[in-house]
Design a protein around this ligand. Structure first.
Ligand code: AMP
Ligand code: ZN
Ligand code: FE
Ligand code: FE
Length: 282
């Protein structure tokens, strides 16, 4: 069993790299990938680890492509070189854009009458700040109104909700694929079953722009929050079909963010042969 989509404290997970790897060992996973949002801070430290399992450096890059109109798509880079200069300079830029976006979201919340500050959200983040940290600040200040992170997304923070602000700077789908390739990795479109776009067009665009694969084994049920998805098997089967049709690699992971958030590590079963095929492709 493997798991190719995991978050640490460097983004919006709650475990450190070391804690996550220990848990993965205990859960009997043979290989895992560290895929934080827009940062390789934890991935860069993989080489210092003492562990018997394979730990693959990765990244999950957010796309804000207002030309193709793909807003907040996530692209996974697996087997990237986390020291790649082009990757690091790109991430430095994205980090600033991410921060500006989160500040704009806090500003919008203030306009809507929610009195939280950027620092309130910052408190919950050790690395990259994300909307889940803003959600926690809302839960702290307004516990009656927001009893969970999902509730804050449902009412305010999701892309279709009143406090969402997009990023002002352009970062296209092709930019994400290219920088992952430049860093020696494979580019995988994340959780295609969550995307609000027409699946066929999105996957064909992704392939045409040089994308290598898609997640065909993803734990939608435990990551859907308020969206109430209960059909992992159905969605994943559909995506597997598309991967076959379009000649895309398959990847899979739980998108684990830490204990008490979704499913426990090692429960969601991703077969080893997916990794063998990705490695052959590389
Ligand atoms: P951001 O980095 O600010 O774009 O936030 C993205 C992260 O928010 C995702 O990776 C999820 O961890 C989390 N997220 C997105 N939608 C929801 C939701 N409906 N409920 C709970 N968490 C969510
Ligand atoms: Zn996340
Ligand atoms: Fe994601
Ligand atoms: Fe993720």
């Amino acid at each position: 069993m493997i798991d190719l989509h995991l978050h640490t404290k460097a983004s919006d997970g709650t475990l450190s790299l070391e804690e996550l790897v220990k848990r993965a060992e205990k859960a009997g996973l043979k290989a895992i990938a560290i895929t934080d949002h827009d940062t390789v801070k934890a991935a860069r430290r993989i080489k210092e680890l003492e562990t018997s399992i394979e730990v693959i450096p990765g990244i999950e890059i957010s796309v804000y492509d207002n030309k193709l109109d793909y807003i907040d798509l996530h692209v996974l880079g697996l087997f990237i070189d986390p020291e790649n200069a082009k990757l690091l300079s790109t991430l430095e830029r994205l980090e600033k854009e991410r921060e500006e976006q989160k500040k704009a979201i806090v500003g919008k919340l203030n306009e809507l009458g929610y009195e939280i500050t950027y620092e309130d959200a910052r408190k919950y983040a050790e690395g990259q700040i994300g909307r889940p940290h803003i959600a926690r600040a809302l839960m702290e200040k307004y516990p009656q109104e927001f009893r969970s992170i999902s509730e804050a997304f449902d009412k305010l923070l999701d892309q279709s909700k009143p406090a969402f602000r997009s990023r002002t700077a352009f970062f296209g789908l092709k930019d994400a694929i290219d920088v992952i390739h430049e860093a020696g990795g494979v580019a995988i479109l994340c959780h295609p079953g969550f995307c609000r776009y027409k699946t066929e067009k999105l996957l064909k665009d992704f392939k045409a722009l040089g994308g290598d694969g898609i997640e065909t084994i993803y734990d939608y049920e435990h990551n859907s929050g308020w969206r109430e998805i209960t059909d992992n098997e159905g969605i994943n089967k559909e995506m597997k079909g598309w991967a076959g049709k379009l000649g895309l690699l398959e990847s899979g992971g739980s998108d684990y963010h830490g204990p008490n958030k979704g499913a426990e590590l090692g429960v969601f079963d991703v077969p080893d042969e997916l990794l063998d095929r990705i490695r052959k492709h590389l």
